[in-house]
Design a protein. Structure first.
Lengths: 569, 338
């Protein structure tokens, strides 16, 4: 141990200026994505708090009604396009995928940088639209309403979505090529960490679905600015066609926002449970299944839009089928935790809470897939509750779990565990207080996107608002913890959690070229419990220190799965 | 004494099942059911609640149990017993959800077909339009306006049976128009135009829904039915009120700044009360023909006018109360001045 080179003194810390430059280093870009999107998360959060403050009382008495519509429109737009998608795909995808597959960088580093640098100006543009009155027709921006309210803001919104979509397409292409082409030779697809599988499934969706959204936006832009009538009924257009085009992207977008989080959780649970992931192949292939099925369920957002019956039935069945691969994942995660030796650190708490909260969103998801029931709850707070259980209880809990888990790798510093747990408890309590009552509100008859409501819903809405304030407060311990630890937290070893994926074999933070020498796969990503795993992750083993070749003396290279199969057969 | 795992599993399974069934029947989450269709949808909801509660308890129970039972001992650096998977278990948790969603899909399909709310599935709407008798209507006619719930399975009989001859009750056809920010209900048989939806109890209703400006959505939570009102297209909703009372008609699709205020009432009357209302309206509409005709003017009214029309007509935005109402109109006027 003593002869092991000291990690941090030797690693060149990335100069801070690098983070404000057109860097092509995937790690820098990943952190750029994460920090930028977190800033937008805070902005989107402020908008959400304003919405909840308005809804604290039944009357419309806090902001003007027009402003209220602007607030929730921009809240959703920012949270989806500037927080969850960029942080999960751009942030974690960029930082982790090349490290996990042993690559030195992404396949197209410059494209990667361009994809990132589209985001800050676009985000700024969207925020500046507050000076001219931003889009206020909801993030779905259904015509004809979107064609007649806040035209300037709507035009900016359309431009923003096109630019962010373009960034997303670029990122998707880059990930797909990187994952398929840049793995170290010893890593077959079936030995790839599950996060990479999830990113592969996500990229496919980004590539297939996003161009359709861009198309819809271009047509909507023409209707808005030039007066064409693609969707405008006064000129003979069909507003339902817009809904089809919009949801052809925007339902897969839900999977773009949750599949990478699934991937993160599949990485985090085994490490902190000290157990192999349960059913590797089932989890890997279910990502692909969800990705495919995700493309043929969009019209379940349109069950009350005057769609024909056969279409409603088809999309109902297709949507319900997604519960099967999703259920496989959930059960596999529970089985992974079951019988483990759980290290209940902040990352693990968020990871387990992810499973717990996502299940609620998943179950209500199957319910709203059922057409007769959806006819009742469509456009109500039941749907608001459902989507937040998926996108906050799912995606955001996943992001937090990922941040606690990989912060040491990204920054070379450990986060404070005590404040991490404070953050977790506040988030968990605030989240459930805010969103659980919304199920009841929706079933009882409270519709969404309203600034004023029936006084009989006042009590539950007050509970929701209090919950949202707790959620707002909960970000403070995290923010302070993250900044404090980044600047002066205890230094992190290469492998503080004793993980087996390749990113833990290189120093924290990793050198510019990621690995001193090209790593060789010595053990599967989840082979906890094997004697070799104990040897490799033991603190006394110098092989942690970024010299994978030295491991070859103690641990035999992992035979590929195909070879194992042949032996077995 | 150690209880064998099999018995423990069985006991837990029974407890979860009983709890799920109890929750599905006693959750009280749905508002009053005021239409025959609502009863069907509530039964579907109860079934889904039972399944969801079972799965919820199973997963959360396992997670919470793990949280306490499988906590790592301090200084234990060893790994847990490696289990990579279990094929039979994985087959079970793939097959069981698959069968559950298959069953749920078929059940939902059944319910959807039987409520036939948009009226194309069983060509019920067409049958109504052509005045063909259906057995459902016969059943309805026999209930003499009593509060008795239409039995669930009899909803199947709503599908037209050619050749069935019976005393016919034509569905009451009402034209519904959504506009920023009011609903207008036109009764073609009597020429009544109203800002509130008046319905006779236990008689089939067909709504022909349209929108003047942007997309709205007609929703009465107590009927469990919702249908978008799309400008330039006509959509339909078929249902049968089953309980007298006053309910809210809510616009469920974002339609602009006053979306939250776009509410009116649906009043389900007894047959006699309904007739009395019709008679009073026919007189009233003759007296104030000019006002009543206004919405039919080819020039769409401004939001302010729409509010005024809606206000003058017997609309009472119940939940908002009078002050909110004034505030709405005042702020609209304000905005117009600017």
């Amino acid at each position: 141990m003593t002869q092991a080179p000291a990690l941090h003194s030797e690693v060149e810390v990335t100069p801070w200026r690098e983070y404000f430059s057109f860097s092509t280093d995937h790690k820098v870009i990943g952190i750029q994505y994460l920090v930028t999107s977190f800033v937008f998360y805070l902005i989107g959060g402020v908008l959400a708090e304003l919405v909840r403050t308005e809804l604290a009382t039944p009357q419309s008495d806090f902001v003007p009604r027009e402003t209220y519509n602007e607030l929730f429109t921009m809240h959703a737009t920012i949270m989806i396009f500037l927080w969850i998608i960029p942080s999960l795909t751009g942030g974690f995808g960029n930082f982790l995928v090349p490290l996990m597959i042993g690559a030195r960088d992404m396949a197209f580093p410059k494209l990667n940088a361009i994809a990132f640098w589209l985001i800050p100006p676009t985000g700024l543009l969207l925020l500046l639209s507050f000076f001219v009155g931003p889009a206020s027709a909801g993030w779905t921006s259904y015509p004809p309403l979107s064609l007649i309210t806040n035209k300037a803001g709507e035009a900016i919104w359309i431009a923003g979505v096109i630019l962010l979509g373009t960034s997303s397409i670029m990122a998707g292409l880059n990930f797909l090529v990187t994952i398929l082409k840049m793995r170290i030779p010893s890593m077959s697809l079936n030995q790839m960490p599950l996060f990479c599988w999830a990113m592969m499934a996500t990229s496919a969706l980004q590539l297939i679905a996003t161009p359709v959204l861009t198309g819809a936006m271009v047509l909507l832009g023409f209707d808005l600015l030039v007066g064409t009538a693609f969707f405008n009924p006064t000129g003979g257009g069909d507003p339902i066609v817009y809904q089809h085009m919009f949801w052809f992207y925007s339902h897969p977008a839900v999977y773009i926002m949750i599949l990478p989080a699934f991937g993160l959780i599949s990485e985090i649970l085994p490490v902190h449970a000290r157990k192999p992931i349960f059913g590797y192949q089932a989890i890997a292939y279910s990502s692909i299944a969800i990705s495919f099925l995700g493309l043929i369920v969009w019209a379940h957002h349109m069950f009350t839009s005057g769609t024909p019956d056969w279409l409603r039935m088809f999309f109902m069945i297709a949507t319900m089928v997604i519960a099967v691969p999703t259920g496989i994942k959930v059960f596999s995660w529970v089985a992974t935790v079951w019988g483990g030796k759980l290290n209940l650190c902040s990352a693990m708490l968020f990871g387990m809470a992810f499973v717990s909260m996502f299940v609620i969103g998943g179950l209500s998801g199957v319910m709203v897939a059922s057409v007769p029931f959806d006819i009742h709850v469509h456009d109500t707070y039941f749907v608001v509750a459902h989507l937040h259980y998926v996108l906050f209880g799912g995606s955001v809990f996943g992001i937090y779990a990922g941040l606690y888990h990989w912060f040491p790798k990204m920054t070379g510093r450990m986060l404070n565990e005590f404040w991490g747990k404070v953050h977790f408890v506040l988030t968990f309590v605030g989240f459930n207080l805010c969103f659980l009552p919304m199920h009841v509100l929706g079933l009882q008859g409270m519709n969404r996107r309203i600034a004023e409501y029936d006084p009989k819903f006042a009590t539950l809405n007050m509970v929701c608002t209090i919950g949202s304030y707790i959620l707002a407060v909960s970000t403070l311990p995290f923010l302070i913890n993250a900044i404090w630890s980044w600047l002066g937290g205890p230094q992190a070893s290469a492998n503080p959690w004793r993980g087996l994926t390749l990113e833990w074999t290189t120093p924290s933070p990793p050198p510019v070229e990621n690995f001193e020498v090209e790593p060789v796969l010595l053990i599967g990503p989840y082979d906890y419990g094997r004697p070799e795993a104990l040897v490799m992750t033991s603190a006394a083993n110098p092989s942690l220190m970024g010299k994978p070749n030295s491991k070859a003396e103690t641990v035999q290279p992992l035979p590929s799965r195909e070879a194992e199969d042949k032996e077995g057969g | 004494m150690k209880v064998p795992t099999a018995i423990l599993t069985l006991i837990i399974g029974i407890i979860i099942t009983l709890a799920s069934l109890w929750v599905s029947q006693n959750n009280g989450l749905m508002p009053i059911a005021a239409a025959a269709e609502a009863t069907e949808i509530d039964r579907l909801f109860a079934a889904m609640m039972a399944i969801a509660t079972g799965l919820f308890l199973l997963v959360q129970g396992a997670l919470i149990y793990s949280l306490f039972a499988f906590r790592r001992q301090a200084n234990d650096e060893t790994d847990a017993i490696p289990v990579h998977g279990n094929v039979s278990l994985e087959i079970v948790w793939t097959a069981v959800p698959a069968m559950l969603v298959l069953w749920l899909g078929i059940y939902s399909f059944d319910v959807y077909q039987s409520i036939d709310s948009v009226g194309t599935m069983g060509s019920n709407h067409m049958a109504h339009q052509h005045g063909q008798p259906t057995e459902m209507q016969m059943v309805t006619a026999q209930t003499d306006g009593s509060r008795a719930q239409v039995p669930g399975n009899s909803l199947w009989q709503r599908k037209p049976k050619p050749g069935a001859a019976s005393a016919d009750v034509d569905p009451l056809v009402i034209k519904v128009e959504g506009l920023q920010y009011a609903w207008l209900f036109t009764y073609p048989d009597t020429g009544i135009i109203a800002g509130e939806l008046h319905l006779p109890n236990n008689r089939p209703v067909t709504l022909d829904i349209n929108a003047r400006d942007v997309i709205h959505a007609f929703w009465v939570p107590e009927f469990r039915l919702k249908q978008d009102a799309v400008p330039g297209q006509e959509t339909h909703l078929n249902f049968q009120p089953s309980r007298e009372g006053t309910y809210s008609v809510i616009c469920a699709e974002l339609c602009g700044a006053y979306h939250g205020a776009m509410k009116t009432r649906a009043i389900v009357h007894s047959e006699a009360d309904y007739q009395a209302w019709v008679d009073s309206q026919v007189v009233a509409s003759q007296e104030s023909r000019t006002l009543a005709m206004k919405p039919l003017n080819p020039i769409p009214p401004s939001p302010l006018q729409a509010q005024a029309i809606a206000h003058h007509l017997p609309i009472n935005l119940e939940p908002l109360g009078a002050p909110g109402r004034h505030e709405t109109l005042a702020s609209v006027a304000d905005r117009q001045e600017h």
